[in-house]
Every structure is written in C-alpha cells, then in structure tokens.
Ligand binder design. Structure first.
Ligand code: PLP
Length: 351
C-alpha cells in the first residue's frame, strides 16, 4: 500500500449495520416512538422544495429563535448536525493534541470516539456503585491539561441525574481551565424540580456549556440538529470547526416548526415521563434493580445476565440496547409497547 490511514483508528469500532427484524419494536435508541406532528411534517415537505439551494450556513433563523426563547445572546449559540457533532466540535475547538477530555464511564458512547478522533486523551471516570456520576472522583482526576469535562445528566445509559446542590458544588470546585459541558439531551423528560436547568446554571459562569438536541423530545432524530450554549469565544470556535452547511435546510425549518409546536411535543414528554415511573415501579416490583431515572429510558444493570436478557427480548421482537455484560438500556415508548416490554421482562425471570 502506498497510502496509510491513521494507525490509532484501528482501535475505533467500524460501523456494524444493526440487525433488522421485521415488525420488531425499537426500544434501543431513545427516540420518541410517535411520528412527527402534522404541522412539522408540512414544514418539512415545504422545505424539501427548496433543496436545490444551500442552507443558511449561519443557521440564523433558528439561532435567533432559540436566543429569544432561552433569553441568551445569539453569539453564545452554536448549532450542529446533532449534538454528537457538537461534541466533536467541542473537542476540536478546545483541545490541542494530547490534551485531556474527561467523561464519566459508562456514559454517552460518542465521548470516547470524538476524543480519540480529535487527537485528545480520554480521562474516563467510573460511575459510583449506584450508577451515578462520581463528581468527587471527577474533581480529583482533573489535570492541568484537562480542557473539556462532559457531564451527562440525565446520564445515558444509566438515567441518573444530578440535583442542583451537587452540581453547583461540583462547578464551584472545578479549577480554572477546563470547560464543563452539561449534556442535557434528555432535559425535557425531567420531572424532579430539584434538577436545575443547565442554562440557568451556566448563565452566571464563564466555564460552563450546555448541549441540547432536537433528536429526543422534539422527535427529529432523523434530521440531525442540536445546539450548544457556550461562552462566546467557545461558541465562535465551535462555528469555525463546523463542517460547512452540515445543518441542512430541512432540519433548520423542522427545528423551528418543532419549537412552534412545543406545547404539543412537551405534552408527549409528560406522558412518556409518567410511563417511565410506571415501568420502573413494575420492574422494581418484579425484583429488578433499576436506578432512578429522569430520562426516557431505564437501565437494567444485569451484568452477566445481559446477553441472555437481550436475546430473550429479541425473541419477543423487542430491540433493546445491551452493553456487553454491563446492562441493558430500554427506551420508554407508548403504554402499549411498554406493556409488551414488561411482559418480556416478567417472562425472562420465569424462563
Ligand atoms: C441521544 C444523545 C445525544 C443526541 O445526539 P444527536 O446527535 O443530537 O442525535 C446527545 N447526548 C446524549 C447523551 C445522548 O444520549
């Protein structure tokens, strides 16, 4: 071979196409299971008619809309091709080769990948025995060259969520240097009033950013759009490293339409959050361990029983997300689909 690719990429997983099971119920990716609202669908069709033109690279209309809704300066917002792209941009914007990027583990699978792609060094901090972020261990692991600290709350895949006092105590203790990134992908499913709004927390601080997405509560996972609220210089740097035009025209229009339909979408979230409590209570009653969760999923830390649980669910045509011999994450769906999952969870214990 006369050309070579980066040797370190060999340690990254290649893409494995997921098994498609005809008629299976998808509880694996934390999407909302109901389709787009008619109003959003209409806007998507309308936007599709204009795709011979490039999208607005500055994403101006959506940024202005978000800035007004959140009462923040537009200059502090960066919009990306899903918040996973923003995670990557954050590493590119903050890190020189070998700088540290800290994240809890297990947490969102993209963190180690974007860290490595960005040439940074991963600092993984294990969760507590209760499957929660170990903030004291994270503080202790900060080094002089730590540039980014991902704080996923609710944590994907365990669902555990930081309360105001512990988050503020952590932020007060973080030394000057790293940017703390609150990943709030599941914010809209939170019902506990002790869980703070990340942007309110970040407002008074110059070292905190917040990631949000239209993929989960807003139901636009297939269109790829998320945003970051960050200190002005960070947001500007994130825009510089963005792949040009990566937030497409249809996504921009659909995001605005979804904000217009927010009341209706948040009502869906309230139903999902109530279902979450019901599903968790039933699983606990069956004897499963289920950490408290404020997201639209539950975590079953089944350890070595995880592969068998996964296989059992697949037999019932339910696709959950299994993580090796750690546990399974199951997305909360409609009451009917949740009942099918609960039946599978019950029969797993018998079988
Ligand atoms: C789903 C998810 C995201 C959102 O990803 P998108 O790229 O916006 O679809 C971000 N962070 C976490 C923790 C997630 O679980």
């Amino acid at each position: 071979m006369t050309v070579r690719t980066r040797p370190d990429l060999e340690t990254l997983p290649g893409y494995l196409p997921g098994r498609t099971i005809p008629g299976a119920i998808k509880l694996a990716s934390n999407e909302v299971s109901l389709g787009p609202l008619p109003s959003v669908r209409g806007v998507i069709a309308e936007a599709a008619a204009g795709i011979n033109r490039y999208p607005d690279m500055g994403v101006t209309a959506l940024v202005d809309r978000l800035a007004a809704k959140l009462s923040v300066e537009p200059s502090r917002l960066a919009v990306g091709c899903g918040s996973v792209a923003l995670c990557q941009q954050l590493v590119q914007a903050m890190c020189e080769p070998g700088d540290g990027v800290m994240f809890p583990w297990r947490s969102f699978e993209a963190y180690p990948i974007v860290t490595q792609i960005g040439g940074a060094r991963a600092i993984k901090v294990p969760l507590t025995g209760a499957h929660a972020l170990d903030l004291d261990a994270m503080l202790a692991a900060i080094t002089d060259d730590t540039r980014v600290i991902y704080v996923c709350t609710p944590n994907n895949p365990t669902g555990t969520t930081l309360r105001r006092a512990e988050l503020e105590r952590f932020l007060d203790a973080v030394p000057r240097g790293p940017l703390v990134v609150l990943d709030e992908a599941y914010k809209e499913f939170i019902t506990d009033p002790d869980v703070p709004d990340g942007i309110e927390v970040a407002r008074g601080r110059d070292n905190v950013a917040v990631l949000r997405t239209f993929s989960k509560a807003y139901g636009l996972a297939g269109l790829r759009v998320g945003y970051c609220y960050a200190p002005e210089e960070v947001a500007a740097a994130m825009r510089k490293v963005c792949v040009p035009f990566s937030v497409n025209m249809i996504a921009q229009a659909a995001a605005i339409a979804s904000l217009d339909a927010e009341d209706e979408l948040m009502e869906r979230c309230r139903v999902i959050s109530a279902e979450r409590e019901r599903v968790r209570a039933e699983l606990l009653a069956m004897g499963y361990e289920v950490p408290e969760t404020q997201a639209n999923f539950v975590w079953l830390p089944l350890a070595e029983r995880t592969p068998a649980f996964n296989a059992h669910c697949l037999e019932q045509k339910l696709v959950v997300r299994a993580f090796g011999e750690e546990g399974a994450r199951v997305t909360i769906s409609t009451a009917e689909e949740n009942d099918l999952f609960l039946a599978a969870a019950r029969s797993f214990l018998v079988g």
